[in-house]
Each structure stands twice: as C-alpha cells, then as structure tokens.
Design a protein around this ligand. Structure first.
Ligand code: FES
Length: 163
C-alpha cells in the first residue's frame, strides 16, 4: 500500500482524533515495521500537529522504533537494579561501540538496540536479552563479546543473473 494511502486509511480509522495519536502510530508501525520519517511527516500534516509532537511520542515509548529492524534484537535492561549494577555504562558503551541509538539499528543492520525498564529478572542484574535469550550478570566486556559474536547474514545479492 502506498504510504499516502496507508496514512490516510489509519487516520480515517480513528476519525482523525488527535487523542488517538498513539494507536495511529502503533498501526503505522505494525504495517511498516517501524516509523519512517516520511510517514511521520505525512501523519503530522494530516493531523495538523507539529512533527516534533510525534517524535516526542515515538521517543518516549520504547515500543516505537524509528529505524528498520536489525537482524538481531538486543534488549538491555536499564531498570533500577540493573542500573545500580552498571547497565547505564553498558548502554553507553553499546551506543558508542556500535554507533546505534536507543531504539535504533546499527548502520550495518546487525542488531536493533532497545534499552527497557525491568524485565523481571532483577536477581540476575544486569540483564541483556538477545533474540529472546537472557544473559545475566553482564559486563561491558561480556556484552562486547556477545555482540561481536552475532552472525551477520549477507544481504540478498542484487542483479544476479545479469552477467
Ligand atoms: S531492573 Fe533489570 S531486571 Fe529488574
């Protein structure tokens, strides 16, 4: 479905009610996998609200993503207990070492990075989850090792058979 049609259909679904902005953004993300800048601009124009308002919502809620999904899902708990055990420094290290923002995807598409609050395993803090697998008591070193060990699948070859 064209972006324009998609945004229009979603806005109509909620009668253009600005109070339904979050469900609209969730529907947009469900349809596309993430919130692309063009789509957010279109939605903001259609609802006649500043784009910054949509960005504020998208960055406040950890369920929204502003980049396509990476090949792996990396979730780092930065809840109180994990934070006290160094999760903040680990999060900063991941962002710097892999050039990835919270809620974003590494430039090579290797993984999406999502810091979250408490994953319910405080006794194991600090906790990182990679593709659903829990790693407990992680440190900067162990996280680096785990993330550098993630396999990066080759993108599908383009133009094969055009030799
Ligand atoms: S604060 Fe990290 S698992 Fe609870």
């Amino acid at each position: 479905m064209a972006d324009e049609t998609l945004v229009e259909e979603i806005v109509r679904r909620y009668d253009g009610e600005i109070g339904m902005l979050i469900p609209m953004m969730q529907d947009l993300q469900t349809a596309c996998g993430y919130l692309a800048v063009d789509q957010l601009k279109r939605l903001a124009e259609r609802l006649e609200v500043p784009l910054s308002r949509l960005y504020a919502v998208a960055t406040f809620y950890s369920s929204f993503r502003l980049a396509p999904k990476g090949q792996h899902e990396v979730t780092l708990c930065v809840g109180t207990v994990c934070h006290l055990k160094g999760a903040g420094a680990i999060s900063e290290m991941i962002r710097e070492a892999f050039k990835v923002e919270a809620g974003g995807t590494t430039p090579d598409g290797l993984f999406s990075f999502q810091p979250v609050n408490c994953v319910g395993a405080c006794a194991l803090a600090p906790v990182m989850i990679v593709d659903g697998k829990y790693y407990d008591g992680v440190s900067k070193d162990s996280v680096l090792k785990i993330l550098h060990g993630l396999p990066l699948a080759e993108p599908a070859a383009k133009g094969e058979g055009n030799k």
